[in-house]
Design a binder for this molecule. Structure first.
Ligand code: ATP
Length: 351
């Protein structure tokens, strides 16, 4: 059982019963994702409307430890809705992995009279939020991720923008692939999740998606490529999730397994950080705004230690404990769709 710091704990209790919370904090943590700015804006605007002061911490959890914060006002939020990245900036804060670091953060939050905190970030950031919650800080998390690897929500803030960026890039690459009958291997983000690779293979019209959740079938990939080559459709697109291996490594595996069977030249494109950037799409601005609003409304009603998720079109609150302990699986309907469309995506891995 974790010891609760007295003063903050009693303030938290007051927060739960007193609907008129005075001050909340918001931060963005981990890898940036397009839509974090609209989320912060929605948190701040909703709080201000409700008569609550709102402070933005810079550089994620590091900002709490460094007392690096600013009061958010309508003026300071101007022009943020359509900007990618996060104006609050983000970081990976090593001190937060330690009990001591988190205890310091709790003290600092109390010093600044922060009654509740909204954390926008990926699965690691939400683990940090869960730990803060255990120390008595009322926390609501928002899934800020392009990987879409967070349990308890069908999508994260930034997934739509990143997916659109990937599709736009692949559309361009396909022009060259078609003109030269080349095979392009495109590495996309997703350390533990093949969501981006799978869904953009569907929407960009790729022939193959290689994802960490399924075992790729090299003989079938090679047969697909050579049959397309024989039929004068030599252009092929393979989308590789970075979690499987690096693009060069996968090309080497193809060459070793393919030998003379592999007729096309294979080129690689590693999309890298271009996937994180750019103006958030309408869908990401909307989901970020909806989630930001709900985070504040629920905090004001005494809700804590939850993440706002999107499930079956509705916003839901999911226990952070559950979010951080469960693994999100690839959606089976998208796997089925990919198979029906003729995309080679590999086989289920037996447990
Ligand atoms: P992305 O999905 O883009 O990697 P993320 O939020 O998962 O984003 P991480 O680097 O995993 O990125 O986590 C961000 C920060 O959250 C860490 O630098 C650390 O400060 C905090 N954090 C992560 N995991 C934990 C944990 N288990 N306990 C406490 N804090 C954590």
């Amino acid at each position: 059982m974790q010891q609760m710091p007295c003063d903050l704990f009693s303030r938290s209790l007051a927060f739960a019963t007193d609907m008129l919370a005075k001050t909340i904090g918001v931060l963005t943590s981990g890898g940036d994702s397009p839509g974090m700015n609209p989320a912060v804006r929605a948190v701040a605007r909703t709080a201000i409307r409700k008569g609550v002061r709102v402070f933005g911490f810079f550089n994620g959890y590091q900002g709490i430890l460094d007392d690096d914060l600013t009061e958010l006002t309508h003026r300071s939020l101007a022009g943020m809705l359509d900007r990618g990245g996060t104006f609050l900036q983000s970081s990976r804060c090593r001190a937060f992995y330690t009990e001591e670091g988190r205890q310091t953060a709790v003290r600092k939050l109390a010093d600044h009279r922060i009654d509740g905190l909204v954390v926008i970030g990926g699965d690691g950031s939400l683990k940090g939020a869960l730990e803060l919650g255990k120390l008595g800080v009322p926390v609501i998390g928002l899934p800020g991720t392009i990987d879409n690897d967070i349990y308890g929500t069908e999508t994260g803030i930034g997934v739509d923008t990143a997916s659109n960026t990937i599709v736009e890039m692949i559309d361009k690459i396909k022009d060259t692939a078609r003109s030269h009958r080349r095979c392009f291997l495109i590495e996309v983000m997703g350390r533990n999740s093949g969501y981006l690779a799978l869904t953009t293979a569907i929407t960009a019209g790729a022939e193959v998606a290689v994802v960490p959740e399924l075992r790729y079938n090299m003989p079938r990939i090679l047969e697909l490529l050579s049959s397309r080559y024989r039929n004068r459709m030599g252009d092929s697109i393979i989308i590789l999730a970075e979690g499987v291996c690096e693009a060069d490594d996968f090309i080497k595996r193809m060459q070793e397994a393919g030998g003379d069977q592999l007729k096309q030249e294979i080129r690689k494109t590693v999309l890298g950080h271009v996937q994180r950037g750019g103006r958030p799409t309408h869908a990401d601005r909307l989901i970020a705004s909806r989630m930001g609003e709900l985070a504040v409304l629920t905090l004001l009603q005494g809700e804590r230690n939850s993440m706002v998720g999107l499930n079956k079109g509705k916003l839901t609150l999911v226990d952070l404990d559950k979010v951080c302990s469960q693994k999100k699986h690839l959606p089976t309907d998208k796997i089925r769709l990919a198979r029906h469309l003729g995309i080679e995506i590999g086989d289920a891995v037996e447990l």
